[in-house]
Design a protein around this ligand. Structure first.
Ligand SMILES: NC(=O)c1ccc[n+]([C@@H]2O[C@H](COP(=O)([O-])OP(=O)(O)OC[C@H]3O[C@@H](n4cnc5c(N)ncnc54)[C@H](OP(=O)(O)O)[C@@H]3O)[C@@H](O)[C@H]2O)c1
Length: 307
């Protein structure tokens, strides 16, 4: 479906993810106005043609408003401020943060009571994945809302999957991130095991990445694991939030999740020991410590499969 020129976009949240996502829309020529609580973080987006709002309420006059903040509490706060005037309102809100089924349902109630269409559209991939054009959306809500949103989603991401009505996309995203936590912990365990037995991390991961068990994810975490560059892509606290969302859902639907429980507690231990300012891949360092070894960067050039 071609983009209707007259559709204007509002964007709430220019954090690690929101900045890159809004940037792709602006670079593609969409009419985007961005608001971020810390305005300075959004300002560089003007170089791609985005406008910057002083107040979130300025975005209420836009046709479609995307939201990419952190937790359900944050989403609720910004959407309440967006609609505070009670007069101007967007036609649609596309909410992309990773939040609970319950939060998403509460948001649907708020928006639909004001005749605002709502698409729940969380994502898979980090900021580098967005830059590489490989982000993916999982969407739920009315099919009509998805059809309207799709041309814009296509400007941001490589794919958008529509999984049905209501909040179904939320459980898909929660499952995805539970897998992320478990896989990362497992990758840390086997990497340290191989290293302690004598295999350099780069050699071990080179094999894993080319094997049937390798994935886009194992490839793009390889530079961090090999050279110990833990610049944040996703914080341990945000991952803990998603593990907790997964375990809450497991309780609600009566699904035992022993691996998720163990991984959640290992993430908690890492946070408790003060590893909060680096990437969640520091699970590797925690695993090394628990195995009685101290890691050094291998200083080997390894690809991330993205660039
Ligand atoms: N990073 C990833 O790899 C990744 C991947 C997929 C999904 N996600 C999900 O995407 C969401 C954003 O993640 P991120 O990594 O971009 O986080 P981030 O870098 O910490 O950015 C969070 C954004 O939310 C804003 N924010 C938080 N609380 C707010 C509030 N109460 N009022 C207004 N603005 C608020 C922040 O504003 P300030 O700049 O003012 O702090 C910032 O723009 C999270 O739900 C996360 O779980 C992340």
């Amino acid at each position: 479906m071609p983009i209707k020129k007259k559709q204007t976009i509002g964007w709430i949240g220019a954090g690690r993810m929101g900045y890159e996502m809004a940037g792709r829309l602006a670079k593609a020529g969409a009419d985007v106005m961005v608001w971020n609580r810390t305005k300075a973080k959004a300002e560089p987006l003007t170089k791609y043609g985005a406008k910057i709002a002083d107040q979130v309420s300025e975005l209420a006059a836009r046709d479609i408003v995307f939201c990419m903040v952190a937790t359900w509490t944050d989403v609720k706060e910004v959407i309440t401020k967006l609609l505070a005037s009670g007069k101007t309102k967007p036609k649609m809100v596309i909410e992309c943060s990773s939040i609970s089924l319950e939060g998403s349902a509460a948001l649907r109630e708020i928006l639909e009571s004001k005749n605002i269409q709502y698409l729940a559209a969380p994502v898979s991939g980090n900021a580098k994945v967005i830059k590489a054009g490989k982000l993916t959306f999982v969407c739920s809500g009315p099919q009509k809302a998805f059809d309207i949103a799709k041309p814009f989603l296509n400007l941001i991401a490589a794919n958008s999957s529509y999984v049905g009505e209501g909040e179904l996309s939320r459980i898909v995203k929660i499952c995805h991130n539970v897998f992320l936590g478990v896989v990362t912990q497992s990758l840390a365990e086997i990497t340290i095991l191989a290293q302690k037995a004598g295999v350099p991390r780069h050699a071990f991961l080179d094999f894993m990445n080319q094997s049937v068990m390798g994935s886009t994810f194992t490839r793009y975490k390889t530079p961090a694991f090999v050279n110990l560059d833990f610049k944040v892509t996703f914080t341990p606290q945000l991952l803990r939030k998603d593990m907790d969302l997964g375990l809450d859902a497991g309780r609600r639907f009566e699904v035992p999740m022993p691996l998720a429980s163990a991984a959640r507690d290992l993430i908690q231990s890492m946070i408790g020991q003060g590893w909060t300012e680096q990437d969640f891949a520091t699970l590797l360092l925690q695993q090394a410590g628990a195995s009685g070894i101290k890691l050094k960067p291998e200083n080997v050039e390894v690809g991330d499969g993205l660039s």
